[in-house]
Design a protein around this ligand. Sequence first.
Ligand code: 5GP
Length: 301
Amino acid sequence: MTPPPVDRAAAAKAAVAARRARAAVKNAVAERRRSALDVAETAWAGEVTAPESTLRVRELLTSIPGIGPTRVARIMADLGIADSKRVGGLGVRQRRILGDWLAHREARGRTRSKLVVLAGPTAVGKGTVSTYIRENYPDVLLSVSATTRAPRPGEVDGVHYYFVDDAEFDRMIRDRELLEHATVHNSYRYGTPRPPIDAALDAGRSVLLEIDLQGARQVRAAMPEATLVFLLPPTWEELVRRLIGRGTEDAAEQQRRLETAKVELAAQDEFDVKVVNHDVAEAAAEVVELLSASDARRPRA
Ligand code: 5GP
């Protein structure tokens, strides 16, 4: 049945007004004037015709700063919410799942810090994520460690590491130039030079350290304000695949690596935030989001 012309005009006008009201809600979330959790709770407490209620879940999540459409699709799939669902149209169970997810995310936002430490088990992809951040988020200072190991082909002194000998490493420890240091994989020594970090933090810049678990624990003790991030593999099987996938190690070495990975994974609850490395760009965006300088949150265009 076609409505009479007058009603059609009124309906079109109402639709425009409703769209505008939804756009205002999205803007408020994008500009951090309102939290996404507040929008959801308003939807669930109020009228079914309220803009908060008729907003699609996908639109609500996309308006949260720092979350792109690819991640929204993954988050919705993980939460089991269909793409077309509106916030007010969610059932009791889905409301609880989405509410918990948003609350957890907001609690995480409060742990934002200027100094973020990225650690995680061997072969999880820390190096790839930190390289992605160096190349795509120039406002974040990625700390350059000192190491006693030799450069690999393509590694540049002062860019990837400061390559130093044992005597120089000892001197840096003695002169208290290192924020933390550790012997990694029972072989070479690695440490974080402190002066560049202090200078960057004093200048208001965000700093990221990509170091091993022992180093992360030392930073926690020296600078409790740091946010510690643990990078997780999507599944244990995937980590096993990445660890032994190259097939260059014998069975005993593979077994030793798996045992190490288990011990390393057991440390995850010491960390403030866990990020799953499904996709390098997404994991990098999540890490950068934890750094408080707003200018650091924007990837290079
Ligand atoms: P690679 O030799 O493969 O570059 O790094 C080996 C390991 O050393 C990685 O797990 C990396 O996170 C860790 N590492 C790199 N720099 C530092 C550092 O300054 N301190 C500590 N504790 N670990 C580091």
